[in-house]
Design a protein around this ligand. Structure first.
Ligand SMILES: [Zn+2]
Ligand SMILES: [Zn+2]
Length: 168
């Protein structure tokens, strides 16, 4: 399954700079391998598993191994530039562009596709519910599980997608 790579170079640059700042405040050293991983990650869109990222990283530098990719992803999560998500299958997926715009997810339990949505009315309703409970929301995640209504595209996707791969 092809991962979308249509992220603008200046957006990638901006994320790289933000990560660099985090590295400095943490007192960590900059490493070339880590820079490569960060660059590759932010060039990808969607919900990326460690394995998917490793495959893309190896295409750039075959010497980079799983452990380095894994550790770098965890640094990215700590930096708050990346969010870790686990949907129905329990596989950790990483998303780096959610900071820009908040969104929620619908997950097809048949083909594994992940659809993103954002609904201002739903967001407002959550705020209202919280206010009714004298509660302040810091963050939320909403995941809707079900199946695609377009049976043909759903089963086509299922056939073409391997385990742990998503289109998004
Ligand atoms: Zn998402
Ligand atoms: Zn489906």
């Amino acid at each position: 399954m092809a991962i979308k790579k249509d992220v603008l170079p200046e957006v990638v640059k901006e994320k790289e700079r933000a990560f660099q700042k985090f590295i400095q405040t943490e007192g960590l050293k900059t490493t070339r391998q880590r820079n490569t991983i960060v660059n590759v990650f932010f060039s990808l869109k969607g919900h990326i598993s460690v394995e998917e990222l490793l495959r893309e990283v190896k295409a750039v530098n075959p010497r980079i191994g799983y452990a380095t990719v894994y550790r770098t992803l965890h640094l990215l999560v700590r930096s708050s530039l990346v969010e870790e998500r686990r949907f129905g299958d329990g596989l950790a997926r990483y998303e780096g562009h959610s900071q820009v715009e908040h969104h929620d997810h619908m997950i097809c339990q048949n083909c594994g596709r992940i659809f993103e949505f954002f609904n201002p009315e739903l967001e407002a309703l959550q705020e209202k519910l919280a206010a009714d409970h004298d509660f302040t929301i810091h963050r939320h995640r909403l995941e809707l599980y079900g199946v695609c209504n377009d049976v043909e595209s759903c089963s086509n996707h299922r056939k073409s997608a391997g385990k742990g791969k998503t289109e998004n």
